[in-house]
Design a protein around this ligand. Structure first.
Ligand SMILES: [Zn+2]
Length: 197
């Protein structure tokens, strides 16, 4: 999925969640934009494991060290005589940052912050984690899917939806146009039909 597709799909999910689950009180009005900004960072951050991705090129000072760590980890695995291919996948593109485990870490941190009475920080971390999750959902819609998504469970399984499309292909363009339309409806609802909530 292209960066445009990811941002469109994720923004749709963010607005949809806000419409359905979040009470639109003063707190949300004040911090909504902060949460959305952090959420978007989460969406784009996921591809940091690939220096050739949109974010990987922009933040090359992060994506190259990330790649270097991955290569080192693979050499170490090889050095320790690990033969299972699945362990090597952990350190490739669509590796750790594309696994549920990665989202889980953010939700655990968010929960701990909430328990420690740091409500805003907790919501900021959760927004980032939610961004990561919606990015992963976008990748599951593509032909490549995500292998070992529930690592260390279901090892070897490639997760993708029954209908998938190729990144940047015609189907994705049509899909993006539908997402844009859906987003427009949701934004209209968000601002116009306050009485619904
Ligand atoms: Zn990705």
């Amino acid at each position: 999925m292209t960066i445009k597709g990811h941002v469109l799909l994720s923004t749709n999910l963010f607005v949809m969640t806000s419409l359905l689950l979040v009470e639109r009180n003063e707190y949300f009005i004040s911090y909504g934009l902060v949460f959305y900004s952090v959420f978007l960072m989460g969406v784009v951050f996921v591809d940091i494991d690939e220096p050739n991705s949109w974010i990987g090129k922009k933040l090359f000072f992060l994506s190259y060290p990330f790649k270097l760590i991955n290569i080192t980890a693979k050499i170490l695995l090889w050095g320790f005589g690990v033969e299972k291919k699945e362990w090597y996948r952990f350190f490739e593109h669509r590796g750790l940052t594309h696994m549920f485990l990665f989202v889980f870490i953010f939700f655990v941190i968010s929960y701990c912050l909430f328990k420690a009475d740091m409500k805003i920080m907790s919501h900021i971390v959760a927004s980032f984690g939610f961004g990561v999750l919606t990015h992963q959902l976008g990748d599951v819609l593509t032909n490549t899917g995500i292998k070992n998504y529930f690592f260390p469970f279901f090892i070897g399984k490639n997760f993708k939806t029954p209908i998938t499309f190729s990144t940047g292909g015609l189907f994705e363009i049509i899909f993006n146009a539908c997402l844009l339309f859906l987003l427009a409806i949701q934004i209209f609802l968000f601002f116009e039909s306050k009485e619904l909530f």
